[in-house]
Design a binder for this molecule. Sequence first.
Ligand code: PLP
Length: 445
Amino acid sequence: MTSESQVRADDRAHVFHSWSAQGLIDPLPVEKALGSHFWDYSGRKYLDFSSQLVNINIGHQHPRLIAAIQEQAAKLATIAPAFANDKRGEAARMIAEIAPADLNKVFFTNGGAEANENAIRMARLHTGRHKVLSTYRSYHGSTATAITATGDPRRWPNEPVAIGVVHFWGPYPYRSPFHSESPEQETQRALQHLRDTIVFEGPATVAAILLETVVGTNGILVPPPGYLAGVREICDEFGIVFIADEVMAGFGRCGEWFAIDRWGVAPDLITFAKGVNSGYLPLGGVVISDEIAETFRERPFPGGLTYSGHPLACASAVASMQIFKEEGIVEHARALGDDIIGPSLHKIAEKHPSVGEVRGLGVFWAVELVRDRTTREPLVPFNAAGPAAAPMNAVAAACKERGLWPFVHFNRLHVVPPCTISAEELREGLAILDEALTVADEYSA
Ligand code: PLP
Protein backbone atom coordinates (compact mmCIF):
# COMPACT_ATOMS: atom_id res chain seq x y z
CA MET A 1 0.00 0.00 0.00
CA THR A 2 1.18 3.52 -0.78
CA SER A 3 2.56 5.26 2.30
CA GLU A 4 1.23 8.58 3.55
CA SER A 5 4.50 10.28 2.69
CA GLN A 6 4.31 8.97 -0.91
CA VAL A 7 0.70 10.15 -1.28
CA ARG A 8 1.69 13.56 0.00
CA ALA A 9 4.81 13.73 -2.18
CA ASP A 10 2.97 12.76 -5.40
CA ASP A 11 0.21 15.21 -4.64
CA ARG A 12 2.55 18.11 -3.93
CA ALA A 13 4.71 17.37 -6.96
CA HIS A 14 2.07 16.64 -9.58
CA VAL A 15 -1.54 17.36 -8.65
CA PHE A 16 -2.79 20.79 -9.61
CA HIS A 17 -5.67 21.55 -7.26
CA SER A 18 -8.93 23.38 -7.91
CA TRP A 19 -9.43 26.97 -6.76
CA SER A 20 -6.07 27.08 -4.96
CA ALA A 21 -2.76 28.89 -4.84
CA GLN A 22 -0.75 25.72 -5.32
CA GLY A 23 2.03 26.69 -2.94
CA LEU A 24 -0.26 27.58 -0.06
CA ILE A 25 -2.14 24.33 0.41
CA ASP A 26 -1.46 21.12 2.27
CA PRO A 27 -4.18 18.62 1.31
CA LEU A 28 -4.91 15.98 3.94
CA PRO A 29 -4.19 12.48 2.62
CA VAL A 30 -7.31 10.39 3.18
CA GLU A 31 -6.95 6.66 3.48
CA LYS A 32 -10.49 5.36 3.72
CA ALA A 33 -14.10 6.31 4.35
CA LEU A 34 -17.29 4.63 5.51
CA GLY A 35 -20.77 5.98 6.16
CA SER A 36 -20.49 9.42 7.74
CA HIS A 37 -16.75 9.17 8.46
CA PHE A 38 -13.39 9.25 6.77
CA TRP A 39 -9.92 8.49 8.13
CA ASP A 40 -6.49 9.96 7.52
CA TYR A 41 -3.33 7.84 7.37
CA SER A 42 -2.58 8.26 11.04
CA GLY A 43 -5.92 6.61 11.83
CA ARG A 44 -7.59 9.88 12.78
CA LYS A 45 -11.32 9.66 12.22
CA TYR A 46 -13.39 12.61 11.01
CA LEU A 47 -17.15 12.96 11.11
CA ASP A 48 -17.93 14.36 7.66
CA PHE A 49 -20.19 17.37 8.26
CA SER A 50 -19.42 18.56 4.71
CA SER A 51 -20.45 15.45 2.73
CA GLN A 52 -17.23 16.35 0.86
CA LEU A 53 -18.54 18.98 -1.57
CA VAL A 54 -22.10 18.45 -0.33
CA ASN A 55 -22.44 15.46 -2.61
CA ILE A 56 -22.07 12.23 -0.58
CA ASN A 57 -25.78 12.22 0.21
CA ILE A 58 -25.89 8.43 0.63
CA GLY A 59 -22.76 8.37 2.81
CA HIS A 60 -19.33 6.99 2.01
CA GLN A 61 -18.87 3.50 0.54
CA HIS A 62 -22.48 2.35 0.66
CA PRO A 63 -21.98 -1.41 0.06
CA ARG A 64 -24.96 -1.86 -2.26
CA LEU A 65 -23.96 1.10 -4.38
CA ILE A 66 -20.40 -0.19 -4.66
CA ALA A 67 -21.75 -3.64 -5.62
CA ALA A 68 -23.98 -2.15 -8.35
CA ILE A 69 -20.98 -0.35 -9.86
CA GLN A 70 -18.89 -3.53 -9.75
CA GLU A 71 -21.67 -5.51 -11.37
CA GLN A 72 -22.09 -2.99 -14.18
CA ALA A 73 -18.31 -2.76 -14.70
CA ALA A 74 -18.18 -6.50 -15.21
CA LYS A 75 -21.12 -6.40 -17.65
CA LEU A 76 -20.57 -3.30 -19.80
CA ALA A 77 -18.16 -0.64 -18.57
CA THR A 78 -18.94 1.87 -21.29
CA ILE A 79 -20.82 2.42 -24.53
CA ALA A 80 -21.17 5.57 -26.62
CA PRO A 81 -24.12 7.92 -26.04
CA ALA A 82 -25.64 7.21 -29.45
CA PHE A 83 -26.61 3.66 -28.40
CA ALA A 84 -29.57 2.74 -26.23
CA ASN A 85 -28.45 1.26 -22.93
CA ASP A 86 -30.49 -0.39 -20.18
CA LYS A 87 -29.05 1.52 -17.21
CA ARG A 88 -29.06 4.86 -19.04
CA GLY A 89 -32.74 4.41 -19.91
CA GLU A 90 -33.66 3.20 -16.44
CA ALA A 91 -31.86 6.10 -14.76
CA ALA A 92 -33.62 8.59 -17.06
CA ARG A 93 -37.02 6.98 -16.40
CA MET A 94 -36.52 6.97 -12.64
CA ILE A 95 -35.46 10.63 -12.66
CA ALA A 96 -38.44 11.58 -14.84
CA GLU A 97 -40.74 9.72 -12.41
CA ILE A 98 -39.60 11.80 -9.45
CA ALA A 99 -39.45 15.09 -11.38
CA PRO A 100 -42.43 17.44 -11.25
CA ALA A 101 -45.03 18.03 -13.98
CA ASP A 102 -44.04 17.02 -17.53
CA LEU A 103 -40.27 17.01 -17.08
CA ASN A 104 -39.95 13.69 -18.84
CA LYS A 105 -36.61 13.58 -20.60
CA VAL A 106 -33.05 13.63 -19.29
CA PHE A 107 -29.85 14.80 -20.94
CA PHE A 108 -26.92 13.35 -18.99
CA THR A 109 -23.67 15.20 -18.33
CA ASN A 110 -20.59 14.54 -16.20
CA GLY A 111 -21.45 17.07 -13.53
CA GLY A 112 -23.30 20.21 -12.53
CA ALA A 113 -21.51 22.85 -14.59
CA GLU A 114 -22.12 20.97 -17.82
CA ALA A 115 -25.74 20.49 -16.79
CA ASN A 116 -26.17 24.25 -16.47
CA GLU A 117 -24.29 24.90 -19.72
CA ASN A 118 -26.64 22.62 -21.56
CA ALA A 119 -29.76 23.89 -19.84
CA ILE A 120 -28.82 27.44 -20.88
CA ARG A 121 -28.14 26.24 -24.40
CA MET A 122 -31.57 24.59 -24.54
CA ALA A 123 -33.29 27.70 -23.20
CA ARG A 124 -31.55 29.94 -25.73
CA LEU A 125 -32.38 27.74 -28.68
CA HIS A 126 -35.94 27.17 -27.46
CA THR A 127 -36.70 30.88 -27.03
CA GLY A 128 -34.42 32.34 -29.70
CA ARG A 129 -33.26 34.82 -27.05
CA HIS A 130 -29.82 35.15 -25.54
CA LYS A 131 -29.82 36.67 -22.03
CA VAL A 132 -29.72 34.59 -18.88
CA LEU A 133 -30.70 36.11 -15.55
CA SER A 134 -29.12 34.66 -12.45
CA THR A 135 -28.68 35.92 -8.92
CA TYR A 136 -25.77 37.40 -7.09
CA ARG A 137 -24.87 34.91 -4.35
CA SER A 138 -25.12 31.84 -6.54
CA TYR A 139 -22.82 29.18 -7.94
CA HIS A 140 -23.57 27.31 -11.14
CA GLY A 141 -20.25 25.70 -12.12
CA SER A 142 -16.87 26.56 -13.56
CA THR A 143 -17.00 25.90 -17.31
CA ALA A 144 -17.00 28.91 -19.59
CA THR A 145 -19.33 28.01 -22.39
CA ALA A 146 -16.47 26.08 -23.95
CA ILE A 147 -18.26 25.62 -27.23
CA THR A 148 -17.71 29.27 -28.21
CA ALA A 149 -13.99 28.50 -28.32
CA THR A 150 -14.55 25.53 -30.62
CA GLY A 151 -13.31 25.91 -34.22
CA ASP A 152 -15.67 23.65 -36.13
CA PRO A 153 -19.34 23.78 -37.19
CA ARG A 154 -20.46 22.63 -33.78
CA ARG A 155 -19.81 26.24 -32.77
CA TRP A 156 -22.26 27.78 -35.25
CA PRO A 157 -25.58 27.21 -33.53
CA ASN A 158 -24.02 28.25 -30.22
CA GLU A 159 -22.39 31.52 -31.18
CA PRO A 160 -24.55 33.96 -29.24
CA VAL A 161 -23.74 32.19 -25.99
CA ALA A 162 -20.70 34.17 -24.89
CA ILE A 163 -22.80 37.18 -24.00
CA GLY A 164 -25.81 37.99 -22.01
CA VAL A 165 -25.58 36.98 -18.37
CA VAL A 166 -27.37 39.54 -16.18
CA HIS A 167 -27.27 39.33 -12.41
CA PHE A 168 -30.04 40.36 -10.05
CA TRP A 169 -30.61 40.09 -6.29
CA GLY A 170 -32.47 37.12 -4.91
CA PRO A 171 -34.23 37.12 -1.54
CA TYR A 172 -32.13 36.96 1.65
CA PRO A 173 -34.26 38.10 4.58
CA TYR A 174 -31.36 38.24 7.09
CA ARG A 175 -29.44 40.71 4.91
CA SER A 176 -32.27 41.97 2.77
CA PRO A 177 -31.06 43.78 -0.35
CA PHE A 178 -34.54 45.35 -0.35
CA HIS A 179 -34.55 46.57 3.30
CA SER A 180 -37.50 44.31 3.96
CA GLU A 181 -38.80 43.74 7.45
CA SER A 182 -40.57 40.42 6.93
CA PRO A 183 -40.26 37.39 4.67
CA GLU A 184 -43.52 38.38 2.95
CA GLN A 185 -42.14 41.82 2.16
CA GLU A 186 -38.90 40.22 0.97
CA THR A 187 -40.83 38.03 -1.47
CA GLN A 188 -42.86 40.89 -2.81
CA ARG A 189 -39.89 43.25 -3.21
CA ALA A 190 -37.58 40.59 -4.66
CA LEU A 191 -40.22 39.73 -7.27
CA GLN A 192 -40.72 43.39 -8.11
CA HIS A 193 -36.94 43.78 -8.50
CA LEU A 194 -36.82 40.74 -10.80
CA ARG A 195 -39.70 42.10 -12.86
CA ASP A 196 -38.01 45.53 -13.13
CA THR A 197 -34.76 43.87 -14.20
CA ILE A 198 -36.55 41.99 -16.97
CA VAL A 199 -38.43 45.09 -18.14
CA PHE A 200 -35.23 47.14 -18.32
CA GLU A 201 -33.22 44.35 -19.97
CA GLY A 202 -36.00 43.87 -22.53
CA PRO A 203 -38.26 40.83 -22.03
CA ALA A 204 -37.75 39.78 -25.66
CA THR A 205 -34.02 39.33 -24.97
CA VAL A 206 -34.34 37.12 -21.89
CA ALA A 207 -34.11 33.37 -22.52
CA ALA A 208 -33.90 32.05 -18.97
CA ILE A 209 -33.91 32.69 -15.28
CA LEU A 210 -31.41 30.33 -13.66
CA LEU A 211 -31.93 29.92 -9.93
CA GLU A 212 -30.64 27.61 -7.24
CA THR A 213 -33.90 26.45 -5.66
CA VAL A 214 -32.22 26.79 -2.28
CA VAL A 215 -28.96 28.70 -2.66
CA GLY A 216 -26.19 26.36 -1.49
CA THR A 217 -22.57 27.40 -1.14
CA ASN A 218 -23.51 31.07 -0.98
CA GLY A 219 -25.45 30.71 2.22
CA ILE A 220 -28.24 28.09 2.28
CA LEU A 221 -30.72 30.79 1.38
CA VAL A 222 -34.16 29.23 1.65
CA PRO A 223 -36.60 31.16 -0.56
CA PRO A 224 -39.30 32.95 1.44
CA PRO A 225 -42.92 31.83 0.95
CA GLY A 226 -44.30 32.61 -2.49
CA TYR A 227 -41.00 33.55 -4.11
CA LEU A 228 -40.57 30.55 -6.39
CA ALA A 229 -44.25 30.59 -7.37
CA GLY A 230 -43.81 34.27 -8.20
CA VAL A 231 -40.77 33.53 -10.37
CA ARG A 232 -42.82 30.88 -12.19
CA GLU A 233 -45.56 33.46 -12.89
CA ILE A 234 -43.06 36.00 -14.18
CA CYS A 235 -41.49 33.40 -16.46
CA ASP A 236 -44.92 32.48 -17.84
CA GLU A 237 -45.84 36.11 -18.37
CA PHE A 238 -42.71 36.91 -20.37
CA GLY A 239 -42.12 33.54 -22.07
CA ILE A 240 -38.89 32.95 -20.13
CA VAL A 241 -37.53 29.47 -19.34
CA PHE A 242 -37.29 28.75 -15.60
CA ILE A 243 -34.17 26.67 -14.87
CA ALA A 244 -33.97 25.31 -11.32
CA ASP A 245 -30.39 24.44 -10.41
CA GLU A 246 -30.76 21.50 -8.01
CA VAL A 247 -27.18 20.35 -8.29
CA MET A 248 -26.64 20.80 -4.55
CA ALA A 249 -30.22 21.06 -3.24
CA GLY A 250 -31.65 17.99 -4.97
CA PHE A 251 -31.74 14.27 -4.21
CA GLY A 252 -32.58 14.30 -0.53
CA ARG A 253 -30.49 17.24 0.65
CA CYS A 254 -33.60 19.35 1.39
CA GLY A 255 -35.68 16.40 2.59
CA GLU A 256 -37.31 16.11 -0.85
CA TRP A 257 -36.32 14.36 -4.06
CA PHE A 258 -36.15 17.77 -5.70
CA ALA A 259 -36.04 20.77 -3.38
CA ILE A 260 -38.62 22.59 -5.48
CA ASP A 261 -41.21 19.97 -4.45
CA ARG A 262 -41.27 21.71 -1.07
CA TRP A 263 -42.94 24.66 -2.78
CA GLY A 264 -45.01 22.73 -5.33
CA VAL A 265 -43.56 24.69 -8.24
CA ALA A 266 -42.61 23.16 -11.61
CA PRO A 267 -39.71 24.74 -13.50
CA ASP A 268 -39.09 24.09 -17.21
CA LEU A 269 -35.65 22.58 -16.70
CA ILE A 270 -33.99 21.08 -13.63
CA THR A 271 -30.24 20.63 -13.47
CA PHE A 272 -28.84 17.98 -11.14
CA ALA A 273 -25.57 16.22 -10.26
CA LYS A 274 -23.97 15.47 -6.85
CA GLY A 275 -26.66 13.59 -4.88
CA VAL A 276 -28.03 11.71 -7.91
CA ASN A 277 -25.36 9.05 -7.25
CA SER A 278 -23.43 10.77 -4.45
CA GLY A 279 -20.52 11.33 -6.82
CA TYR A 280 -19.38 7.71 -6.72
CA LEU A 281 -18.90 8.34 -10.45
CA PRO A 282 -19.15 11.70 -12.22
CA LEU A 283 -22.76 12.31 -13.27
CA GLY A 284 -25.11 15.23 -13.80
CA GLY A 285 -27.86 16.18 -16.16
CA VAL A 286 -30.81 18.27 -17.24
CA VAL A 287 -34.42 17.17 -16.78
CA ILE A 288 -36.41 18.63 -19.66
CA SER A 289 -40.08 19.60 -20.05
CA ASP A 290 -42.07 18.17 -22.93
CA GLU A 291 -42.38 21.61 -24.50
CA ILE A 292 -38.63 22.20 -24.58
CA ALA A 293 -37.91 18.62 -25.69
CA GLU A 294 -40.35 19.21 -28.58
CA THR A 295 -38.11 22.04 -29.87
CA PHE A 296 -35.52 19.40 -30.61
CA ARG A 297 -37.81 16.81 -32.19
CA GLU A 298 -37.02 17.75 -35.80
CA ARG A 299 -34.10 20.06 -35.10
CA PRO A 300 -30.89 18.49 -33.79
CA PHE A 301 -29.77 19.49 -30.32
CA PRO A 302 -26.30 20.99 -30.90
CA GLY A 303 -24.59 19.57 -27.84
CA GLY A 304 -23.05 16.31 -26.66
CA LEU A 305 -20.41 14.66 -24.50
CA THR A 306 -18.40 11.49 -25.00
CA TYR A 307 -19.54 10.26 -21.59
CA SER A 308 -23.17 11.44 -21.71
CA GLY A 309 -25.17 8.73 -19.97
CA HIS A 310 -22.12 6.68 -19.07
CA PRO A 311 -23.36 3.18 -18.13
CA LEU A 312 -21.29 2.95 -14.95
CA ALA A 313 -22.49 6.34 -13.75
CA CYS A 314 -26.08 5.58 -14.73
CA ALA A 315 -25.99 2.18 -13.03
CA SER A 316 -24.85 3.93 -9.87
CA ALA A 317 -27.71 6.44 -10.18
CA VAL A 318 -30.27 3.64 -10.57
CA ALA A 319 -28.88 1.79 -7.56
CA SER A 320 -28.68 4.97 -5.52
CA MET A 321 -32.32 5.91 -6.21
CA GLN A 322 -33.41 2.36 -5.35
CA ILE A 323 -31.47 2.49 -2.07
CA PHE A 324 -32.94 5.91 -1.30
CA LYS A 325 -36.45 4.48 -1.74
CA GLU A 326 -35.85 1.26 0.18
CA GLU A 327 -34.05 2.93 3.06
CA GLY A 328 -36.35 5.98 3.22
CA ILE A 329 -33.39 8.33 2.93
CA VAL A 330 -35.35 11.38 1.74
CA GLU A 331 -37.75 11.06 4.69
CA HIS A 332 -34.83 10.49 7.06
CA ALA A 333 -33.15 13.69 5.83
CA ARG A 334 -36.35 15.66 6.34
CA ALA A 335 -36.82 14.31 9.86
CA LEU A 336 -33.20 15.03 10.81
CA GLY A 337 -33.72 18.67 9.84
CA ASP A 338 -37.09 19.04 11.58
CA ASP A 339 -36.33 17.07 14.74
CA ILE A 340 -32.62 17.49 15.39
CA ILE A 341 -30.63 19.97 13.32
CA GLY A 342 -33.12 22.85 13.38
CA PRO A 343 -33.95 22.67 17.12
CA SER A 344 -30.28 22.03 18.10
CA LEU A 345 -28.92 24.89 16.02
CA HIS A 346 -31.50 27.28 17.43
CA LYS A 347 -30.39 26.31 20.95
CA ILE A 348 -26.75 26.75 19.95
CA ALA A 349 -27.58 30.19 18.53
CA GLU A 350 -29.00 31.29 21.89
CA LYS A 351 -25.75 30.38 23.65
CA HIS A 352 -23.25 31.95 21.28
CA PRO A 353 -23.06 35.70 20.63
CA SER A 354 -21.19 34.95 17.40
CA VAL A 355 -24.21 33.27 15.82
CA GLY A 356 -26.24 35.78 13.85
CA GLU A 357 -28.69 33.43 12.23
CA VAL A 358 -29.28 29.73 11.63
CA ARG A 359 -31.40 28.66 8.69
CA GLY A 360 -32.04 25.65 6.49
CA LEU A 361 -34.06 22.52 5.95
CA GLY A 362 -33.39 18.80 5.65
CA VAL A 363 -29.64 18.26 6.00
CA PHE A 364 -28.87 21.65 4.47
CA TRP A 365 -28.19 24.29 7.16
CA ALA A 366 -26.12 27.42 7.60
CA VAL A 367 -24.80 28.97 10.79
CA GLU A 368 -24.03 32.58 9.94
CA LEU A 369 -21.38 34.10 12.21
CA VAL A 370 -21.21 37.78 13.10
CA ARG A 371 -19.03 40.15 15.11
CA ASP A 372 -22.09 41.89 16.42
CA ARG A 373 -25.64 40.59 16.46
CA THR A 374 -27.15 44.07 16.35
CA THR A 375 -25.24 45.41 13.35
CA ARG A 376 -24.96 41.92 11.81
CA GLU A 377 -21.40 42.70 10.78
CA PRO A 378 -20.06 39.39 9.40
CA LEU A 379 -17.38 37.62 11.47
CA VAL A 380 -15.09 37.93 8.43
CA PRO A 381 -15.60 40.24 5.44
CA PHE A 382 -17.20 39.06 2.19
CA ASN A 383 -14.69 36.99 0.18
CA ALA A 384 -12.15 37.12 3.04
CA ALA A 385 -8.87 35.32 2.43
CA GLY A 386 -5.51 35.15 4.22
CA PRO A 387 -5.30 36.90 7.59
CA ALA A 388 -8.79 38.41 7.15
CA ALA A 389 -10.23 34.89 7.24
CA ALA A 390 -8.37 33.98 10.47
CA PRO A 391 -11.45 33.82 12.74
CA MET A 392 -13.19 31.31 10.46
CA ASN A 393 -10.00 29.32 10.06
CA ALA A 394 -9.73 29.15 13.84
CA VAL A 395 -13.29 27.81 14.14
CA ALA A 396 -12.60 25.24 11.41
CA ALA A 397 -9.39 24.18 13.17
CA ALA A 398 -11.30 23.79 16.46
CA CYS A 399 -13.76 21.47 14.68
CA LYS A 400 -11.02 19.40 13.07
CA GLU A 401 -9.09 19.03 16.33
CA ARG A 402 -12.23 17.49 17.79
CA GLY A 403 -12.74 15.10 14.85
CA LEU A 404 -15.38 17.04 12.92
CA TRP A 405 -14.81 17.97 9.27
CA PRO A 406 -16.71 21.23 8.71
CA PHE A 407 -17.90 23.04 5.58
CA VAL A 408 -16.83 26.67 5.81
CA HIS A 409 -17.68 29.46 3.37
CA PHE A 410 -16.93 33.13 4.09
CA ASN A 411 -18.56 33.85 7.50
CA ARG A 412 -20.65 30.69 7.59
CA LEU A 413 -20.43 27.12 8.77
CA HIS A 414 -22.72 24.83 6.85
CA VAL A 415 -24.15 21.76 8.51
CA VAL A 416 -24.37 19.42 5.53
CA PRO A 417 -23.67 15.83 6.63
CA PRO A 418 -24.73 12.82 4.56
CA CYS A 419 -28.52 12.33 4.38
CA THR A 420 -27.89 8.91 5.93
CA ILE A 421 -26.20 10.17 9.10
CA SER A 422 -27.62 8.62 12.28
CA ALA A 423 -29.26 10.72 14.97
CA GLU A 424 -26.45 9.79 17.34
CA GLU A 425 -23.67 10.82 14.95
CA LEU A 426 -25.50 14.02 14.20
CA ARG A 427 -25.84 14.91 17.89
CA GLU A 428 -22.17 14.16 18.39
CA GLY A 429 -21.23 16.49 15.53
CA LEU A 430 -23.52 19.26 16.74
CA ALA A 431 -21.98 19.04 20.22
CA ILE A 432 -18.53 19.52 18.70
CA LEU A 433 -19.80 22.47 16.69
CA ASP A 434 -21.22 23.96 19.86
CA GLU A 435 -17.79 23.74 21.54
CA ALA A 436 -15.93 25.08 18.50
CA LEU A 437 -18.17 28.13 18.38
CA THR A 438 -16.66 29.39 21.64
CA VAL A 439 -13.64 30.20 19.46
CA ALA A 440 -15.86 32.40 17.24
CA ASP A 441 -17.35 34.06 20.33
CA GLU A 442 -13.91 35.47 21.18
CA TYR A 443 -14.15 37.69 18.08
CA SER A 444 -17.71 38.81 18.81
CA ALA A 445 -19.09 41.64 20.84
N1 PLP B 1 -24.64 24.27 -9.31
C1 PLP B 1 -24.60 24.26 -7.98
C2 PLP B 1 -25.77 24.79 -7.20
C3 PLP B 1 -23.48 23.77 -7.31
O1 PLP B 1 -23.44 23.78 -5.98
C4 PLP B 1 -22.40 23.26 -8.07
C5 PLP B 1 -21.20 22.73 -7.41
O2 PLP B 1 -20.97 22.92 -6.25
C6 PLP B 1 -22.49 23.29 -9.47
C7 PLP B 1 -23.62 23.79 -10.06
C8 PLP B 1 -21.37 22.78 -10.32
O3 PLP B 1 -21.31 21.40 -10.27
P1 PLP B 1 -19.98 20.62 -10.70
O4 PLP B 1 -18.92 21.00 -9.75
O5 PLP B 1 -20.40 19.18 -10.66
O6 PLP B 1 -19.66 21.06 -12.11
